[in-house]
Structure formats: structure tokens, C-alpha cells
Design a protein around this ligand. Structure first.
Ligand SMILES: Nc1ncnc2c1ncn2[C@@H]1O[C@H](COP(=O)(O)OP(=O)(O)OP(=O)(O)O)[C@@H](O)[C@H]1O
Length: 330
């Protein structure tokens, strides 16, 4: 890795910084886009910031990055508001939209201009283009880039200052399955170095194999924060036999609670051998035995869409009509 003012010495991964959002609220006129939102994002983990379209994800990220001011509450990175951070691009890298490149400038030139403002040299630019897999394409005009290439260029820009914290808005958008797999490996590598990674998405399924933790919002409010494992649930075991009542009794004797579900039993343990042994001792056949998993798509829908204001509820105001009220930073 090329030594620059902002690059860590080789082999000494820097610890990331925690993101803390406390009672964060943003109103556009009388419309509350983000409503008393609180959550934390830990270093060394990939956190998915999830919610349906219009839930308030981008608005939250813009407040976190000091692009708009909160109406109330706070959003800090490593204990400081973005605007208080010295050399912020070496602490926080972000890609909010994949489209804001000058169309006539090559991807490489775009990064060079950005690098100049950060004191980062051309070698680092080329290294980042290599890292995101577009070294050749980066010499062409960004106006001709596919969505996936723009995403990769945005990522390279976010990484230029070797930041501890990476904040990406819908980074999987426009990537094909191979691109999503690549992104997963890329982010996993960064989090394993102790960096803090926050990515937004309106689809849980899109990022379910990528993220460790989730923050789910709907209508500007938090509906769930937890680990992906918690979201999947401990599940329990599902067992199917010839005599459900008899197996339920045998499980009870073994101190296991079960409930009938679609002709099978849902048992409050994820130890499948234990359930199989109980059935064997009771002389009952086992037709099916598996860990019960949560249907994430269903869960996400239950948590969010049912109350989504953008699906027929209250009408948000026209963006442009309100945007002018934001002042210079809005
Ligand atoms: N400048 C603005 N003026 C008025 N309303 C706004 C403004 N910015 C956002 N909104 C509204 O706030 C709500 C939240 O928007 P936001 O872009 O944060 O949602 P999101 O979760 O990022 O959605 P998406 O996945 O579609 O990007 C939406 O109803 C949006 O129309």
C-alpha cells in the first residue's frame, strides 16, 4: 500500500469508530421524515440500514454526514458530529448517490480531483481503482458508465482517504449477483480490519448475507435493531411424526415445550439430535426434522410495509417545494 498522510502503517489496522444516532428528527415543513430515531453502529461489523422507499434512510445518512441539519437530536461518528471532524474524509468515507460524477470526466480524473483536495496522490487513486475492479474503465468518460460501474467508482472515492468508517447508500443497487458477491467480500474485508461499515438498502434480502447487524426503520421510526442472527431467530426445531400428540407428550417429559403448527410440532430447541432421540425413545417415526427459520421477506414486510406512509397513508410533501427551506446546506 502506498504511504500517504492518511494511510495506516502496514499491518496495524486502525480501530473503527462507533456511529451514534440519538433522538434524531428531521422535519420538512410539517412532514416528519425522520422521527426521534436512535441506534448505534459498531466498529468491526457490517450494519444494514434498512427500510422501504421513503422510510427516511437517505435523510438520516445526510444528517450523519453533515449535509443537512437535524431538527432535533444528534448523529455522531466517534463521538463527534461530522462537521467537527478534522480531515473528515480520512475518518468517514461515503457514497450517497452513484450518479454525481461529471459525465465528461473520466473516473480516474474524478478521483484525482478528489484526491487533490485530500492530499492523496495518484498512486492511491490507481490503487483504489484496482481494488474496486475498474482500472481500465476508469480511463473512460464517467458519463458512459453503467450503474454498477458508477457504484464501484463511488466506492473507490469513499475509500480514497482510507477512512475508519464507511457509509454507503444502496451500494448493491445496480450490481449483478456477481457484483453483489464481490461487494460482500470487499465489505467483509474492511470490517475484519475493524472498520465501521453502514450500508442502506430497501431490500433485506439484497443484503441479508452481507450484514452482521440490522437497523430497520419505517416511517422515519426505528422498528428493529439487532443482529442478523437474532432476526433469523433461534428458530427452534420443526418435527413431523405419525402421532403429534404422543410426541408432544414425550417432549414434555424431556422438558421440551412444543406447539402444533401445520400438522407438525415446533419445539423450543435448536438441538435436532435431542428431538430425534426423544422420538426414537417414544418409538415414533420421524418424517421431517429441521431447524425452523424465519422467512425474512415476510418479517421485513410485517415490520415495515404494513405501516408504510408511502403506500397510501399520509402524503409526503413535494421535495422541491420544501428543499428551498433548508438553506445553504440543505
Ligand atoms: N428535501 C426534502 N423535502 C421534502 N421532503 C423530503 C426531502 N427529502 C426527503 N423528503 C421526504 O422524506 C421521506 C424520506 O425520504 P428519504 O429519501 O430519506 O427515504 P429513503 O428511505 O432513503 O427512501 P429511498 O429508498 O426511496 O431512497 C420521503 O417521503 C421523502 O419524500
Amino acid at each position: 500500500m502506498t504511504a500517504t498522510a492518511t494511510t495506516s502503517p502496514p499491518g496495524t489496522p486502525r480501530a473503527g469508530a462507533r456511529i451514534e444516532v440519538r433522538d434524531l428528527t428531521k422535519q420538512f415543513g410539517s412532514f416528519t421524515a425522520v422521527n426521534a430515531l436512535s441506534f448505534t453502529v459498531e466498529p468491526g461489523r457490517i450494519t444494514g440500514f434498512l427500510g422501504p422507499n421513503g422510510a427516511g434512510k437517505t435523510t438520516t445518512l445526510r444528517m450523519l454526514l453533515g449535509l443537512i441539519s437535524p431538527t432535533a437530536g444528534s448523529a455522531t461518528i466517534g463521538g463527534r458530529q461530522y462537521r467537527e471532524i478534522e480531515a473528515p474524509m480520512s475518518v468517514v468515507g461515503s457514497a450517497l448517490e452513484a450518479t454525481n460524477f461529471h459525465p465528461g470526466r473520466s473516473g480516474r480524473d474524478h478521483l484525482r480531483v478528489l484526491g487533490d483536495t485530500m492530499g492523496v496522490g495518484g498512486a492511491r487513486v490507481d490503487e483504489m481503482l484496482e481494488l474496486v475492479g475498474i482500472p481500465a474503465a476508469a480511463r473512460k468518460r464517467a458519463g458512459g458508465y453503467s450503474m454498477g460501474m458508477r457504484q464501484r467508482l463511488g466506492l473507490a472515492a469513499a475509500m480514497l482517504g482510507d477512512p475508519q468508517v464507511l457509509i454507503l447508500d444502496e451500494p448493491a443497487n445496480g450490481l449483478d449477483p456477481e457484483g453483489i458477491r464481490w461487494l460482500r467480500g470487499f465489505l467483509r474485508h474492511l470490517s475484519s480490519q475493524g472498520k465501521t461499515v453502514l450500508i442502506s438498502s430497501h431490500m433485506l434480502q439484497e443484503v441479508e448475507q452481507t450484514v452482521d447487524d440490522v437497523v430497520i426503520i419505517s416511517n422515519g421510526r426505528l422498528v428493529k435493531q439487532g443482529t442478523m442472527a437474532e432476526l433469523h431467530g433461534n428458530g427452534g426445531a420443526i418435527v413431523r411424526t405419525s402421532d403429534t400428540g404422543a410426541l408432544a407428550g414425550a417432549l414434555r417429559v424431556a422438558d421440551l415445550t412444543s406447539t402444533e403448527q401445520d400438522g407438525a410440532l415446533l419445539v423450543d430447541t435448536s438441538d435436532l439430535r435431542l428431538v430425534g432421540d426423544v422420538a426414537l425413545r417414544a418409538g415414533l417415526p420421524v418424517y421431517e426434522l429441521k431447524v425452523a427459520t424465519t422467512d425474512l421477506e415476510d418479517l421485513f414486510f410485517q415490520l415495515t410495509e404494513g405501516t408504510n406512509r408511502n403506500l397510501g397513508g399520509g402524503t409526503p410533501p413535494q421535495r422541491d417545494a420544501i428543499a428551498g427551506q433548508e438553506g445553504a446546506n440543505g
